[in-house]
Design a protein around this ligand. Sequence first.
Ligand SMILES: [Mg+2]
Length: 377
Amino acid sequence: MVFPQDSSGLYSSSSSIMGVHDDTHKANLKAYGGMNMDCVNEAFMFKYVDKDLWVSPDDEISQLQMVVESEKLLNNEKLVLVLDLDKTLLHTTKRSKYLKTPEELLQPKFKDSLFRVQPWAMMTKLRPFVHTFLKEASTMFELHICTMGKRDYASKMVEFLDPEKVYFKSRVITREDLVDSEEKSLDLVPRHKRTAIIVDDNQHVWKHDQSNLILVKKYLYFNPKSATSIASFSALNTDEDETTGVLPTILEKLKLIHRLFFNPKSKGGLVHTDVRSILAHLRVLQGCKLIFKGIFPPSLKPENSCLWLMAEELGAICSMDDVLTPFTHVVTWAATTEESQQAELDKSILVHPRWLHACYDACKRYPEKDFQVELKN
Ligand SMILES: [Mg+2]
């Protein structure tokens, strides 16, 4: 395992991070080294580890460090969020035509979002909502940066994003840390992979961690209008929406993943203690908007029902009434001829609740026609 340079030692494989009191516990370390860390017994008692005693650094220690830190996070109901910089959280341009005067930078709409980057004569625009995104995400996730940019550049960007140094600390992986300059890897993040979510605008750089990835639309503030592209935000003197743009949407998804991960009522039980499984399920019914008719008794709060939760875990948006328009599916046991005709007019599909169970269990979308509702007279 290769770790980035880090003055604090957080990511350093050569730091003396912990020690053991006696040979028994040294033996314990040996016993745990090299294992799949997802399989490590949670009962392992780290109270024996003492920071004042020295243990020679090797992969076993790195893995033990990963286990300790990961378990600490899980105990605090926190997951891990690995964020890209360029075109994900911000956009930087070298084009001199965008270099604003100090007066322009003082405009209220650019407050804390548009920066000249000295000494490189560049401009950086932060993505709208990014400060709120980081603040809220940090309550559910330990935040990391992983960028193809160089360390000097990344440090400058982190200053803009995190001026108080509360979100990332030293958890910044840059080009200098990558084993392959064309590839990013969760191997550089010393945490359980089953707890790590990646947010990046480029899926190709995460060759081996696709199942941890949430792909985001690129943020291109400065790009000039050309024959083949739409006008940039800068050219149109506008920007992504603060409340309905990309980062607010991603934040809602992260909240859902966090809730599902730590929700003991999730149908999948232990399988849902892996963000990769949650992400895989969330893709199954992505884009579907469901309304439920005649399914739940009045005494039951639909949001707490197994069926509703399952639909949410499959990525569908759920509702109890027709205000969710346009909706794509009506989940019901049976329908009259009139209700079938109305569904056709609404361009929605009537489907039996068993469809949700089947999709969930197989983690794939089955044809709705195989789960038709009964006809009632
Ligand atoms: Mg990027």
